[in-house]
Design a protein around this ligand. Structure first.
Ligand SMILES: [Zn+2]
Length: 267
């Protein structure tokens, strides 16, 4: 299912007369929220005339609650959706916490009580079926790192800023809200044959190559594929899997896409 809002914003002379807003102020948070409420124009012809000073096509995602110009990010309005797209430009609302985190019954790298074991209920169930499938093929996957809280990410980021400056922090740690692990829908997976490492070596293992080809059958996608860094903002991560549901995962797998390409959000 493709959920994709597309609104053509036209700067009509009449609008300018009504609003007399300078160009910059049009892109304030307030206006962004207002734009969301505007229906797709019924007829472009209707609104396009000799009076048009200029027009601008803006792709607007239906799932944006707010634009934060200071950090050049947008805040998503659907953090609880299993199709939520979070990346370096699209972040979760401040303090967001999933309400249905559970501990999937699979092999874990970390001990009981560690929040990194957790995933949202639907994703956890899918992880169990993925791991059981692997086991039936004689492969043992290990869940290394799942949920990470907003507060924990905030501490990590702020410590980095304090110690080495903002530029360094932005390069090497995610701003709070921008890590997919905070959705409770992501799990870093590894195997004993590479000592549970989260690195490129996992791809070469039989577990790594198997999970890359079978994760979609259980609703997971390889979130940061090789050669898509410009699109996802992340280097290849053969260990990072994201639950999106079986239908979407299968389509993304078969068409060799990323979430960004699938939704076409070029905010
Ligand atoms: Zn990860």
């Amino acid at each position: 299912m493709r959920i994709h809002g597309f609104i053509l914003v036209l700067f009509l002379s009449s609008l300018l007369l009504m609003g007399c807003q300078p160009f910059d102020s049009f892109f304030t948070t307030e206006n962004a929220v207002q734009r969301e409420a505007i229906d797709v124009p019924k007829s472009i012809e209707e609104r396009t005339s000799e009076k048009v000073l200029f027009s601008l096509e803006v792709e607007i995602d239906e799932h944006i609650a707010e634009i934060d110009e200071e950090t050049d990010t947008v805040v998503v309005s659907n953090p609880d959706s299993i199709e939520v797209m979070v990346n370096k430009q699209r972040r979760l609302p401040e303090g967001y916490e999933p309400t249905d985190l559970v501990d999937p019954n699979v092999s874990h790298a970390v001990g009981q009580g560690d929040p990194r074991r957790l995933m949202r209920a639907e994703a956890a169930e899918a992880l169990e079926s993925l791991f059981a499938h692997a086991e039936s093929e004689g492969l043992e996957l290990v869940a290394v790192s799942g949920y990470r809280s907003y507060d924990r990410q905030k501490v990590i980021y702020e410590n980095n800023v304090a110690a080495r400056g903002q530029e360094h922090a932005d390069q090497f740690s995610a701003r709070p809200g921008t890590s997919e692990h905070q959705t409770g829908l992501a799990m870093d997976i590894s195997a004993a044959s590479v000592a549970l490492a989260l690195d490129q070596a996992f791809e070469q293992t039989s577990e790594g190559s198997w999970v890359a080809e079978h994760a979609h059958l259980h609703g997971f996608i390889l979130r940061y594929p090789d050669g898509k860094t410009d699109i996802t903002g992340y280097a290849y991560e053969p260990w990072h899997f994201r639950y999106v549901g079986e239908e979407l995962a299968t389509e993304i797998y078969e068409k060799d896409l990323t979430l960004e390409e699938y939704f076409g959000y070029g905010y």
